[in-house]
Design a binder for this molecule. Structure first.
Ligand SMILES: CC(=O)N[C@H]1[C@@H](OP(=O)(O)OP(=O)(O)OC[C@H]2O[C@@H](n3ccc(=O)[nH]c3=O)[C@H](O)[C@@H]2O)O[C@H](CO)[C@@H](O)[C@@H]1O
Ligand SMILES: C=C(OP(=O)(O)O)C(=O)O
Length: 440
């Protein structure tokens, strides 16, 4: 088993380049299914476990998908298969994003039911409501969802109950090849939606309004492969901004798009962090003392839930009491228990966590309960006394490329080791034995 071992106390300095966005690249790769002619070349594709998973899903559908050197080439012109089995959907929920494009292109799709996961139950009712409104018959049974439509999907007027990112993407991909115009209201406005719309339009689709609350999609009969560059990962960028802030460091993030980071920048500035746009990128200078701050996660342009656990690490370092309220997922506080193992003083009250700082964090053995929790625990480890060992790295690898290597290049004392080869020094052992966790 692999783990990341961090020893706290180093100030981060230097510059770090963020990758292409996981949450943009997965729907974009799924959208390549819509092209019945030509090849797509997608660039700035990060080497993440999720990218390999979606590549496998496409190959399983008889699509030629080849990922190398941060590019994936996709040729979906052969006769397609229509089933995505549980082994892929279990690894990564975003596998479900192939349903809209398959249904639109072939008239049938059979995808394993995604089921619940660590951060909440994550239903897909809004995706299915959209497909049904476009004339598809949807059946659920034997652990699968099957959607069918004789002839082309029909453009429809759809109102989402909640601006779901995945439902917006799945429905817009389906509507791109439908007959007639679709109007989709109360849609997600995340930058990843705009990235997908730009790709769809390059493939010959007619998608208007991406980034606003209403999409108008005029269905086209055929789509073709296209070249597309995915946007930078605002969540990875945000994670490094927190890393700089928590260590009182001075870090420049190259390749970040500041306009996508506005909700985070506003909160960091409230905490006393200096953030400036320089010719090289976004420069973050952490203050000597961080002020407490209250945060509520919301759909974009609200504060992103994918930065909630990282901000909780920062709140632990602040002088005073902060509150963080999670409104997007009903169970995204699994990391709280792990922070407590590090002596973090956090109380859960309904959907809010009350975080009392400044915590005297202590290194401990902790588990990444989900992808962002893994990053957040490593961030806390950067200021903890002694050694923090983070396990369950499979979650982290879904969303971060070489996270420990990038932190080490900024000066952190961090390494990734294999349990079999890990040498536990006496100092690390003493520190673990003497740790007194806060059991409050
Ligand atoms: C691959 C990807 O892009 N993942 C992101 C995407 O996930 P994902 O697309 O799954 O997130 P959604 O926006 O769909 O989910 C938000 C909320 O809506 C609920 N919901 C969603 C769909 C539905 O049909 N019914 C329903 O009730 C979910 O349970 C959740 O409580 O957006 C989330 C919210 O910004 C991010 O945390 C994820 O990192
Ligand atoms: C929750 C996340 O991703 P996913 O929707 O792929 O599980 C995330 O990126 O934090």
């Amino acid at each position: 088993m692999e783990k990341i071992i961090v020893r706290g106390g180093r100030r981060l300095e230097g510059s770090v380049k963020v990758e292409g966005a996981k949450n943009a690249v997965l729907p974009v790769i799924a959208a390549s299914i819509l092209a019945s002619k030509g090849t797509s070349t997608i660039s700035e594709v990060p080497a993440l476990a999720d990218v390999y998973t979606i590549q496998e899903v496409l190959r399983h559908l008889n699509i030629d998908a080849n990922y190398a050197n941060n590019q994936i080439k996709v040729d979906a012109t052969r006769t397609l298969k229509t089933e995505a089995p549980f082994e892929y959907v279990r690894k990564m929920r975003a596998s479900f994003l192939v349903m809209g494009p398959l249904l639109a292109r072939v008239g049938v799709a059979r995808i394993a039911l995604p089921g619940g996961c660590a951060i909440g139950s994550r239903p897909i009712d809004q995706h299915l409501k959209g497909f049904e409104a476009m004339g598809a018959e949807v059946k659920i049974g034997n652990g699968f969802i099957e959607a069918k439509k004789e002839g082309r999907l029909q453009g429809a007027k759809i109102y989402l109950d909640f601006p779901s990112v995945g439902a917006t993407e799945n429905i817009m991909m389906a509507a791109a090849l439908a007959e007639g115009t679709s109007i989709i209201e109360n849609v997600a406005k995340e930058p990843e939606i705009e990235c997908l719309a730009n790709y769809l339009n390059a493939m010959g689709a007619k998608v208007y309004g991406a980034g606003t609350g209403t999409l108008r999609i005029e269905g086209v009969e055929e789509m073709h492969g296209a070249n597309h560059q995915v946007i930078a990962d605002r969540i990875e960028a945000g994670t490094f901004m927190v890393a700089a802030a928590i260590t009182g460091g001075d870090v420049t993030i190259t390749n970040a798009q500041q306009e996508h980071l506005r909700p985070l920048v506003a909160k960091l500035e409230e905490m006393g962090v200096s953030i400036t746009d320089t010719s090289e990128g976004v420069r973050i200078i952490g203050p000597e003392t961080l002020k407490p701050v209250d945060i509520k996660t919301m759909p974009h342009p609200g504060f992103p839930t994918d930065l909630q656990s990282q901000m909780m690490a920062l709140q632990l370092a602040a002088e005073g009491t902060s509150v963080i309220t999670e409104t997007v997922f009903e169970n995204r506080f699994m990391h709280v228990e792990e922070f407590r193992r590090m002596n973090g003083d956090i109380k859960i009250e309904g959907r809010s966590a009350v975080v009392n700082g400044p915590a005297k964090l202590q290194g401990a053995e902790v588990a990444a309960t989900d992808l962002r929790a893994g990053a957040a625990l490593i961030l806390a480890g950067l200021i903890a006394d002694g050694y923090t060992r983070v396990t369950e790295l499979k979650h982290l690898d879904r969303g971060y490329v070489n996270f420990s290597g990038k932190l080490a290049a900024l000066g952190a004392d961090v390494e990734r080791v294999n349990e079999e080869t890990e040498e536990i020094t006496n100092e690390q052992n003493d520190q673990t034995l003497n740790a007194k966790p806060n059991m409050a």
